[in-house]
Design a protein around this ligand. Structure first.
Ligand code: G3P
Length: 251
């Protein structure tokens, strides 16, 4: 057993409507989720953050999907970490592979945003992961290290207490092709060893490393039993009733 509290995030991505989100919140509120044993955090689209925070059970966390690295000013279309704090939203994702891919966010920029968000008091789910071609060419660990390096350079050891690392292999996201428990465990173990070497053994022991990529109620149990898998970041299935089963995957 691990000292790390299990963590399950639901990344709703660019989906939903007032109606569907109200019904999802209702389902979550009635699910009686085991919040003593599991941290549960959902990430709705930005325009719905206030609605979700004001209607969702306060024992469940709310996260933005993205944030900007400035407090305020002439940055049309961006979300300040101060807006999130003002809305009582205390989490944000950074570095999701979709942002890296479609919005050209580099690992250095992701690190800058992560540090800025932490400095404004937010907690961060920072995402890393290799593409299919990178895995097939044996570059997985090199890629993970290159994504972790700027983060480790930007963050103080104390900052890591408010960071959850999400390992999301790009080839497993939205594809129905989940990493095998052994593949995920190998990557998580590598990430933890990297943290031990480049940040500190204490940070490596304490930091939750969660898995994302085609997690379902069906495959979550087996994954949750792996030593270095401390939870999940769930996309598609977080919009469905099965999310509550994924939350309970390690109970
Ligand atoms: O952030 C979660 C995500 O990228 C995984 O998506 O739909 O494969 O669970 P999905």
């Amino acid at each position: 057993t691990t000292p790390r509290k299990f963590f399950v995030g639901g990344n709703w991505k660019m989906n939903g409507s007032t109606k569907s989100i109200q019904s999802l919140v209702d389902t979550l509120n009635k699910a009686n989720l085991p919040v003593e044993q599991v941290d549960v955090v959902v990430a709705p689209p930005a325009p719905y953050l206030a609605l979700v925070r004001s209607t969702l059970d306060s024992k469940l966390g709310v996260s933005a999907q993205n944030v900007y690295a400035a407090k305020s000013g002439a940055f049309t279309g961006e979300t300040s970490p101060l807006f999130l704090q003002d809305l009582d939203v205390h989490w944000t994702l950074t570095g999701h592979s979709e942002r890296r891919q479609y919005f050209r966010e580099s690992s250095e920029y992701v690190a800058e945003k992560t540090k800025f968000a932490l400095d404004q008091g937010l907690s961060v789910i920072a995402c890393i992961g290799e593409s299919l071609i990178e895995r097939e060419t044996g570059a997985t660990n090199t890629v993970l290290a290159s994504q972790l390096e700027p983060l480790a350079a930007a963050l103080t050891p104390a900052d890591w207490a408010r960071v959850v690392l999400a390992y999301e292999p790009v080839w497993a996201i939205g594809t129905g092709k989940v990493a095998t428990p052994a593949q995920a465990q190998d990557a998580h173990k590598y990430i933890r060893a990297w943290l031990a070497k480049h940040v500190s053994p204490a940070v490596a022991q304490a930091t939750r490393v969660i898995y994302g990529g085609s997690v379902t109620a069906g495959n979550s149990g087996e994954l949750a039993r792996m030593a270095d898998i401390d939870g999940f970041l769930v996309g598609g299935a977080s919009l469905k009733p099965e999310f509550t089963q994924i939350v309970k995957a390690r109970l």
